[in-house]
Design a protein around this ligand. Structure first.
Ligand code: SF4
Length: 342
C-alpha cells in the first residue's frame, strides 16, 4: 500500500482486516476476486501469492536480528516462515545488518534468543529461528553478501549517555506500554523506529549522519513525545534508561535552540501564539476566528488533509476540527440561561 510501518514487530497494525482485503484485491493480481476479510482467508491468499514469489526469486535481501562474532553466524527470528523462505530458496542472499546487532559469542546469542520472544510476543520461543554461517554447498543460497550498516551508529556509540540506545533488540515492549505511542500511533514518529526507542534513537542517528542536523532537525523534538512516566524503562529487557536519555536529549535541544541563528518556523509560531494569548481580547478574537473552520472536519470532526504549514502535522496525524463555539461563548450562553431561569 506504499505505506510506512507503524510498529516494530507488527508493522501493519494500523490497518484493519477489511483494509487489508482491499489492498490485496488492488495489488495482488492473483487474489481471489471473492476474497473475504476473514483472517484465515487473507493469510491463505498472501501465502499463495508469496510462495510463488519466493520460488521464482533469484536474489533475496534480508535483515538480521543478531550476528555472532566468533563464528560468523547470522540469526533471524520470526513468526510466519517468510524469513525462512527468503533465507533458503533464492540463489543469492544479501543481508543488511546494523553493526549494533553483533554479539561476541554463541553463548551470548542464547541469552538474546530467550529475551527477544519473551518481551516481544510473550512466547518462550519464537516459531522460526534461522541461523546461517556463510554458504553450504548444495544447501540454501550459494552466494552470500553481508552489508554491515553504520549509518550514524558509531557516532551514537561515542556518546556516553545516548549509546545505550544501541543495546535495543527491537522487542517493541516499550511501544506497547507507552501512553504517548498509544495515542499518536507509530506514523507520528516519522521513522521506522516509533515509540520510546524511536524518540531516543532516531534523533541521535539523524543528527549524527548530518542529514537534518542541529536545531532544524525535525527529529530533535521527538524526545518531547513522552510523559517521562518511566513505563518503557520498566519493561525494557536490556534495561535502557529511556527517560534519562530523553531528558538529556531535551537539554541538548534547548542548548542548540539557544545558540541557533536564523528563522525557525516553530519558534516564530510560538512567539505569535504567545502574543495572542497575552491579551484577553486578542485571544477571544482568535478563538472566534478559529470557529470559522469548524465545518472543515469530517464526520469524526477530524481534518486529515490540510494546506501548508498545517500539512506538516496532517501528514502523520489528524487535526481536530475547531468546535462551533468557543469556551467563552459557551460560558456566556450558559450564564445567560441561568440568569434567565432566575
Ligand atoms: S528499547 Fe528496550 S523495550 Fe524498547 S524495543 Fe528496544 S529492547 Fe525493547
Amino acid at each position: 500500500a506504499d505505506d510506512m510501518p507503524s510498529h516494530i514487530l507488527v508493522p501493519a497494525i494500523h490497518r484493519n482486516r477489511s483494509e487489508i482485503r482491499d489492498i490485496f484485491l488492488a495489488r495482488m493480481g492473483d487474489a481471489p476476486p471473492d476474497l473475504s476479510d476473514v483472517p484465515r482467508e487473507l493469510a491463505m491468499a498472501a501465502r499463495a501469492h508469496l510462495r510463488r514469489k519466493f520460488l521464482s526469486a533469484k536474489v533475496a535481501v534480508s535483515g538480521a536480528n543478531f550476528a555472532v562474532a566468533d563464528t560468523g553466524t547470522l540469526a533471524v527470528v520470526e513468526s510466519e516462515g517468510n524469513g525462512r523462505m527468503c533465507l533458503t530458496l533464492p540463489e543469492t542472499l544479501v543481508t543488511v545488518m546494523g553493526i549494533e546487532k553483533l554479539v561476541p559469542t554463541f553463548d551470548d546469542l542464547e541469552v538474546f534468543l530467550q529475551l527477544l520472544p519473551r518481551s516481544s510476543t510473550g512466547e518462550r520461543m519464537n516459531p522460526y529461528t534461522s541461523m546461517w554461517s556463510g554458504v553450504t554447498p548444495g544447501d540454501g543460497p550459494q552466494e552470500f553478501h553481508l552489508v554491515l550498516l553504520d549509518n550514524g551508529r558509531t557516532d551514537v556509540l561515542a556518546d556516553e549517555v545516548g549509546r545505550s540506545a544501541l543495546h535495543c533488540i527491537r522487542c517493541s515492549a516499550c511501544l506497547n506500554v507507552c501512553p504517548v505511542y498509544e495515542r499518536v500511533g507509530g506514523h507520528a514518529y516519522g521513522s521506522v523506529y516509533p515509540g520510546p526507542i524511536g524518540a531516543i534513537l532516531t534523533p541521535q542517528l539523524t543528527a549524527s549522519t548530518g542529514g537534518v542536523s542541529g536545531h532544524h532537525d525535525p527529529n530533535a523534538s521527538l524526545p518531547y513525545a513522552s510523559t517521562l512516566c518511566g513505563a518503557c524503562y520498566e519493561v525494557c529487557p536490556v534495561k535502557i534508561d529511556i527517560p534519562s536519555i530523553l531528558v538529556d536529549l531535551r537539554a541538548r535541544e534547548v542548548d542548540a535552540d539557544r545558540s541557533s541563528r536564523g528563522v525557525d518556523p516553530w519558534k516564530t509560531a510560538m512567539k505569535a501564539a504567545s502574543w495572542v494569548m497575552a491579551d484577553g481580547d486578542r485571544f477571544a478574537l482568535a478563538g472566534r476566528a478559529a470557529t470559522l473552520g469548524s465545518g472543515l472536519g469530517g464526520r469524526d470532526h477530524a481534518i486529515s488533509v490540510a494546506p501548508p504549514p498545517a500539512s506538516a502535522w496532517t501528514k502523520a496525524r489528524d487535526l481536530p476540527a475547531p468546535p462551533r463555539q468557543t469556551f467563552r461563548q459557551w460560558w456566556q450562553a450558559e450564564h445567560e440561561n441561568e440568569e434567565g431561569a432566575r
